[in-house]
Write a new protein. Sequence first.
Length: 221
Amino acid sequence: MSGFNGAGVYVLRYTFVADAAAGIKILASRQDQMWNDMKGGFQNCYTLDSQTLPTQNLNMNSKKITGLAPATAGTDAPQYQQVSGLTAVATTHSSFQTVGNGVTTVLTFNQEQLDVLGEFNTTTYTFTAASAGHYLASVNVAATAQLPATAATLFIRKNGSVLAGPTQFVSLPTAAVAIGMSMTQVFNLAASDTLDAAIGFDAGTTNSVGAFGSFCIARIP
């Protein structure tokens, strides 16, 4: 059998050393056979520019496909980070966070529970998307106002800005009682876009956010 032998080995039809030893001269017919074998072998190979296409499933022999571009269509193979699911979960510090009035204050989520791709920064309390896609973000906290504060607004910000869309506004009791606040929002992020969670009070200088709130972000496949 000449050409590829089914196990990935290319087998020559003739060897010219053996021909010379047998006294066989260079013959056009034997040359044609050899070159036709090679032609068939080349046509059985997958070309870099996809002029030839696979006719069977590709067995990667337990090896990785690396350098893959992000999937953009339903028939594309996705990158790992495009299908990795939940990417970051962080909780606040173990003590209360004091928040003043009239300013939007970033919530200090500094204790990670999970961060598959290392996208959450516990120093800046910011999530940075490793790849473009749709992301589901959810935050919940317990807010306590001190008089004269009467209301608080919870935000999830994209690139440091509050987008037109969901926020949670809560009227707070006059007594210093913690009120649970939560919101969930879907964001369309480009690679390197950021998300953080923030809160604002309408008045007061010693309002607070309780410990153990959570900020969760998941990329939607």
